[in-house]
Design a protein around this ligand. Sequence first.
Ligand code: UT7
Length: 324
Amino acid sequence: MQAKITALGTYVPERIVDNHYFESIVETNDEWIISRTGIRTRHFAAENEYTSHLCAGAAKSLVEENNVTLDDVDFVVVATVTPDQTMPSVATQVQDKLGLTHAGAIDISAACAGFAYGIILAQGLIAAGTHRKVLVFGAETLTKFTNYEDRSSCVLFGDGAGAVLLEAAPKGNILAAVTGSQGDGGKDLYLSNLRKQINGQDVITDNKIHQNGRAVFKWAVNTVTEQMSVLAERSRMKLQDIDWFVPHSANMRIIEALCNQSGFPLEKTLESISIYGNTSSASIPLALHRGLREGKVKKGDRLLMIGFGGGLVYAGLVVEWGNP
Ligand code: UT7
């Protein structure tokens, strides 16, 4: 059997925060944020709203919008770097909330590449024949781990969740995958509350996100441009055959740079950065859901998705969109 992505759902918390909000917290302004990042608004989770709650919201959307049932889901993967707590996993809390009596459950940590990693793992479980119906979430409450004294990062992040259902089918719809990592860049994007060093360098252990924006920007553009070609080749296509490019929404300028370098048309990209900010593992499903809602993505369209981020780590997929 092969793995087929059959449904998608998303959820964002109610509270919308615009750029002006940050003007009273740090020295910044709406114009800088829009021109340097493309972000106009983002959503903040409520004080008592955690990543597992966002996952439950995404699962509800998936069920309601796709006419599917979760009754016989046998595995749950939650990709997140902002879990409710370290133990128990978010996935077990989601399993409980959704009443998935017979499901295995794990969290995975691959930052903004987590959603693509989760799908690749789920695909492997289904191809191995051990599982038949897997729910994969990319979900974050980044605003709970944001350093509101750092103007270069606090304006970036938002909260949200996305979920896909993968099912065993005679013919799957995942045409190619790629994964990679570069651990020597770990110090450039981190969230640490214990160990005081990364890559032999001192880091701040305040349980907040810290980023060397310029270093990550440069790495992301070079790496993702290269991996776009690898993915096209592995799916025996040319980049021109891809209908929609769905990169991780970290910064609109990164997306523009990727299009410039690869020659892929910007108008055929899907983004979630402008209205949701950088939502890490949730950004790709949020962008895709927007594309579906706006009637851009059609059945049979070929999507090239690539996540990249803290680790440093990346993962990408080419998917022939099915029937959600
Ligand atoms: O999601 C995981 C992967 N993450 C990424 O891919 C993020 C990649 N990096 C980025 O998106 C960008 O590097 C940032 C958005 C984080 C920063 O943008 P930048 O254009 O690289 O800015 P910069 O760090 O080079 O800073 C340029 C200037 C600096 O001022 P000086 O030193 O030139 O006087 C900053 O202090 O902009 C200043 N600055 C700000 N000014 C107003 C930084 N943040 C702000 C701000 N408002 N919020």
